[in-house]
Design a protein around this ligand. Sequence first.
Ligand code: MN
Length: 154
Amino acid sequence: MNERTIHRKATEDYRWDQVDLLPYKEDDRALFKAITRQTLFSGPGMNGELRYFEMAADGFSTLERHEHMHAVLILRGRGHCLVGDEVRAIETRDLVTVPPMTWHQFRATQGEPLGFLCMVNAERDKPQLPTADDLARLKADPKIAAFLESKPRG
Ligand code: MN
């Protein structure tokens, strides 16, 4: 065993010692806005990774689905998320899980940053992006259409 304890001090603005602030994704096919990524912990022998994502006001994550699951804990601010066919208001300390092959997106809709921890499998399948047909199906629901335009009600 050569694993050592890690204690990363956090700053007021949700940065952690010796953790790089990275672009959200390398994949530029995907649509997203004003979002960064920090990998807080991953390691050999761990089947999971803990990441922190943060979007600036009006930012959003990619609308996607995949076989792997997410457990998301809101750590900063408020916003809305789409999971499946549900649009939900979310705020600090809320927990949201994303089941397999379920469309999901997070949006900082409340004029403030939205930051969350996301637990995920270390080895995972590549996210799928919606086709034009998928998007049309999603937008047939007025509450999802409003969400995707970043104008959720309530
Ligand atoms: Mn995802």
